[in-house]
Design a protein around this ligand. Structure first.
Ligand SMILES: Nc1ncnc2c1ncn2[C@@H]1O[C@H](COP(=O)(O)OP(=O)(O)OP(=O)(O)O)[C@@H](O)[C@H]1O
Ligand SMILES: [Mg+2]
Length: 453
């Protein structure tokens, strides 16, 4: 158990706030706007939404509930993200007002004077359970469009008894069908939406604006994160994949590397992603070579794939775990990988145990809420930065899947139209397990090392 500790306020060099940030800070003090129940800061990344909203929120709470002990709900997708991204801003806002904030991490309680902010991560549908029986006077929801709808409804519902309750939400836009867009932006007449564009953060240097635009050259992420639009994911998922650049003759690269680094293996590290197949799905292994544990400092070389699709009707039987492990040993051909990231679903854990029994470093692939989108963003960025290459002869299924992978307009997640996505899944497991690509924070750190999200 850890007791309350002082929270370090975000260190921000503010010369001025933009007019939109000032709206977030002051709307509740003006006759014209204060009747709204909801305030939403929506728009491009790095535009000062969280900071502006935190300052407004803390000043409203401390003024409105001064002198009476009151509970509030503060939430983000995970508690870790909240502690890292939100609490320093709230502490900053509280400091401007002269309050010192303390945080009890084991209880998830941020405290300042009489006010208690219950800090929650809401990664999945069951997250709402912790709110049962809780009474609050306000909510502050960071990245609200990524939270489960039932959690948001429940959190807001917890404040029903408080006539002064207000709800403070911020997010980047998602799909037009997202409930935040539908219910708050489009329908709720008592919701005040403040739209943020890149120029609304006076602290964002031109160089960073250019880096953000370079990082999201086109497609759905460009529309959402740069243009600030609720955009449909449509067309190709990997529009940044360029066959002319990213598909290579790996033998030539390996030969060159061996010439450059005689007496060494061509790549410093090797690791494997594995999409484990239950039933008649394809079983896929993908092998990568790379030189650094920090993805910003290396390129990745997909050296080969193993692709097996059972077809019992045509006599191609499913494999046993023992057969699959034999295939893995053959696939590795003596290479000692740093890890083998296996999808643990649908019986994958038993396969992991079988691999481990043979002394191979197999482990369950890292997953998480939003891990598919975060993983896609991560890999797209590697394409854009020309940091990933595929062997033209040994990765045919991977290349085929990359070229066909498309967004399904009706669903919120991408589905492979006209193909399958087992190699792409194996690749995501490799990056999520070795490089944290299942969390958006990993995906939004550009190869330049500049944090852009
Ligand atoms: N007025 C300002 N002056 C100087 N720096 C600022 C100002 N507003 C915000 N910043 C800084 O700009 C960066 C982005 O701000 P913030 O995190 O509030 O953006 P955001 O819109 O919430 O981004 P995201 O959508 O990626 O969560 C932070 O480093 C923040 O401290
Ligand atoms: Mg933010």
């Amino acid at each position: 158990m850890t007791g309350p500790k002082a929270i370090l306020p975000a260190s921000v060099a503010v010369e001025r706030f933009s007019p939109k940030q000032l709206v977030l800070q002051n709307w509740w003090t003006t006759e014209k706007l204060r009747w709204h129940k909801y305030i939403l800061a929506v728009g491009a990344i790095r535009t000062g939404k969280s900071l502006g909203l935190s300052i407004g929120y803390t000043s409203w709470v401390m003024e409105t509930f001064r002198g009476s002990k009151t509970n509030h709900i503060v939430a983000a997708q995970t508690k870790g993200a909240l502690e890292q991204n939100v609490l320093p801003y709230l502490a900053y806002g509280l400091k401007l007002l002269g309050y010192r904030a303390t945080y009890n991490q084991s209880k998830g309680l941020l405290m300042a004077a009489d006010q208690v902010f219950r800090c929650l991560g809401a990664p999945h549908e069951r997250s709402q359970d912790v709110l049962q029986g809780f009474t609050a006077a306000s909510t502050f929801l960071d990245e609200a469009a990524l939270l489960p709808k039932n959690f948001v409804d429940q959190a807001i519902g917890r404040c029903i008894m408080e006539p002064r309750a207000r709800h403070w939400l911020n997010c980047n836009p998602g799909a037009p069908s997202n409930f935040i867009k539908k219910e708050f932006v489009d329908q709720a007449i008592n919701a005040l939406e403040v739209r943020f564009r890149l120029e609304d953060n006076p602290g964002l240097p031109e160089s960073e604006i250019l880096a953000i635009k370079r990082k999201y050259p086109s497609g759905v992420f460009r529309k959402r994160y740069v243009d600030g639009l609720w955009a449909l994911a449509e067309g190709l998922v990997y529009s940044t994949f360029d066959e002319d650049v990213h598909v290579v003759d790996m033998d030539r690269i390996v030969k060159q590397r061996l010439a450059d680094r005689p007496n060494r293996q061509p790549f410093r590290y090797y690791a494997v992603g594995c999409d484990y197949a239950g039933g008649d799905d394809a079983l896929v292994f993908t092998l990568y070579g790379y030189d650094h544990h920090d993805h910003r400092k290396t390129s990745f070389y997909c050296l080969r794939e193993y692709y097996f699709k059972p077809d019992p009707e045509n006599g191609i039987k499913r494999k046993t775990h023992s057969d699959m492990a034999d295939e893995m040993v053959k696939f590795l051909a003596g290479i000692r990988p740093r890890f083998i990231a296996v999808d643990p679903g649908g019986g994958g854990t038993a396969f992991i145990t079988e691999l481990q029994r043979r002394g191979l470093p197999a482990k369950a692939a890292a997953k998480g809420p939003d891990s598919i989108l975060a993983g896609i963003e991560f890999v797209s960025d590697l394409h854009t930065q020309n940091q990933i290459y595929y062997d033209k002869r040994r990765c045919p299924n991977m290349i085929r899947e990359k070229l066909a992978y498309s967004w399904d307009d009706k669903k919120l997640t991408p589905v492979p139209l006209g193909g399958d996505d087992h190699c792409l899944d194996a690749e995501r497991y490799f990056f999520s397990t070795g490089f944290g690509s299942n969390k958006r924070s990993a995906a939004i750190v550009g190869a330049s090392g500049t944090a852009v999200g």
